[in-house]
Ligand binder design. Structure first.
Ligand code: NAD
Length: 498
């Protein structure tokens, strides 16, 4: 019998009232390993009502109680990290070590959230007037929702809910329907950690569940991570229905290699960041900009490394890269490789015919490397989200920066150089939210905030860190007088402090 992946309501698994289901695949074998429930609008309504009731009580939990639950959750998540990684690998396909890395980066956000009492401290001004003090506090919003993509089924939800819950909100997660298994394990850990029922819920589903959350009057804020067209839809719809919204979109991350760079270091970085997780990372490097005259030398070094990559089932040790998430996605990426060839780019490494022994039906695509890509080609313009690295040649630093800044995305970018002055100039001039200097995937630590610019982010706050705390709380300023008034009687003038 196929396993059923359900919702999480009131601290328990719940099938919902809808009978709609979607298959969940094991990408390495191509088999259907489970079915996931797809919520109806009525199901979403029940989940949000439960979360609403829980939010009222949770906002009254003391900071001490909240942090005790967070510390317990951190310990459980740390202890069960391998179980969680195995679930991720079995539904996403990324190699086990990479799945463990994703859980570790998510754990860092839980650790940040354990310090929430410090992050929530307000300001206090004593004696702004005679016997009058002013102080500011930040309070939770109520029910907040998180809608997440397939590529980080644990880490991206973990960017959101530890901070939201620590701030005193109830959180409703709508994970990707392609690899929803991690969400239920996370829900069980919350229960075990002592979080009251209803403060963390999971609603499985597709566009119907998303739209129901966006329209629901009981949802105060929406955090979204996914592709740019859906991010735009989420941002516009949630804003229209009066919600606070942050919607992170797609990416096309460039890595600029200056002529003075350490080319072995740059080639290692390009291959790690280009093909790790089969290129299905929002911070993957998809374009290398080789500044003259390093192009030929750099491409040769990248090629040498790409040809040695081991592609097979991510559960097997010493595997570099696993399959893509679904056959549909693999076919789309392969179609883009075909388009690159048709548009005249040089396909230096062709992974289209890869066969993996013993796994004939897995969703395989070997690493592909293109050289002499130009900005008018589809493989440059579209987000590929697969194991395809494109090298663009640029005549100068200025031309490279112009190319990057003309791109409609602005998530991450990297510069490889030995010149500190060039690096300083680059960080000032480049238009992206996260910049790496000799670091190919500059994902900020949990105590900074994660987010891009331009079409990589709709909204004005990034995720986790201080901006996450700001997003999941609203400000209040209290002006108080604790003394007997010297004079009595009304005064209709505008209050002025003396
Ligand atoms: P996606 O946009 O297809 O799906 C994201 C979420 O939106 C899922 O929960 C999905 O169920 C829902 N969704 C899909 N279609 C919808 C529709 N028509 N209406 C309403 N909701 C819908 O993204 P994906 O394929 O799961 O993930 C890959 C994308 O996510 C890539 O574009 C990648 O760059 C992006 N991403 C961005 C970041 C970032 O930090 N900017 C991080 C991770 C992934």
């Amino acid at each position: 019998m196929t396993a059923l992946i359900e919702h999480w309501l009131d601290g328990k698994r719940w099938q919902g009232t809808s009978t709609r289901r979607a298959p969940v695949f094991d990408p390495a074998t191509g088999e259907t390993s489970a079915e996931v429930c797809l919520a109806s609008t009525a199901d979403v309504d029940l989940v949000v009502s439960s979360a609403g009731a829980a939010a009222g009580e949770w906002r009254q939990a003391s900071l001490t109680r909240r942090t005790q639950v967070l510390f317990a959750f951190r310990e459980l998540l740390h202890r069960r990290r391998r179980d969680l990684a195995e679930v991720i690998t079995s539904q996403h396909g990324k190699v086990l070590a990479d799945a463990l890395g994703e859980v570790t980066r998510g754990l860092e956000v839980v650790e940040f959230a354990c310090g929430i009492p410090h992050a929530l401290k307000g300001a206090y001004s004593e004696g702004v007037s005679s016997d009058v003090d002013v102080y500011s506090i930040r309070q939770p919003l109520g029910v907040v929702a998180g809608i997440t993509p397939f590529n980080f089924p644990a880490m991206v939800p973990l960017w959101m809910f530890p901070v939201a819950i620590a701030c005193g909100n109830a959180f409703v997660l709508k994970p990707s329907e392609r690899d929803p298994g991690a969400s239920l394990l996370l829900a069980e850990l919350w229960s075990e950690a002592g979080l009251p029922d209803g403060v963390f819920s999971v609603v499985q589903g597709d566009a119907e569940a998303v739209d129901a959350l966006l329209e629901h009057p009981g949802v105060e804020a929406v955090s979204f991570v996914g592709s740019t067209p859906i991010a735009r839809h989420v941002y516009e719809t949630a804003a229209r229905t009066g919600k606070r919204v942050q919607a992170l979109g797609g990416a096309k991350n460039h890595m600029v290699v200056l002529p003075d760079a350490d080319l072995d270091q740059a080639a290692d970085a390009a291959v790690s960041a280009g093909y790790g997780s089969a290129g299905e990372r929002c911070m993957a490097i998809s374009v290398v900009v080789a500044v003259d005259p390093v192009g030929d030398d750099l491409v040769q070094r990248v090629r040498d490394r790409v040809e040695r990559l081991v592609v097979r089932d991510g559960r097997e040790p010493d595997t570099d890269m696993g399959p893509l998430v679904t056959a549909t996605h693999r076919d789309r990426v392969r179609g883009l490789v075909d388009a690159g060839v048709a548009d005249g780019a040089h396909l230096v490494v062709d992974g289209r015919d890869l066969q993996v022994p013993g796994r004939p039906d897995g969703f395989w695509l070997g690493p592909c490397l293109f050289d002499h890509v130009t900005a008018d080609m589809r493989i440059y313009d579209e987000e590929i989200f697969g194991p395809v690295l494109c090298v663009v040649r640029a005549a100068s630093y200025a031309e490279a920066v112009e190319l990057v800044n003309a791109n409609r995305y602005g998530n991450g970018v990297a510069l490889f150089t030995r010149d500190g002055g060039a690096a300083r100039r680059f960080q000032f001039e480049i238009e992206a939210g996260m910049v790496g200097v000799n670091v190919p995937i500059p994902v900020p630590m949990a105590y900074y905030s994660f987010g891009g610019w331009n079409d990589s982010l709709f909204g004005d706050t990034h995720m986790h860190g201080p901006e996450g705390v700001h997003f999941y709380t609203r400000g209040k300023v209290v002006t108080s007088r604790w003394a007997d008034p010297e004079t009595r009687g009304p005064n209709l003038g505008f209050p002025v402090h003396r």
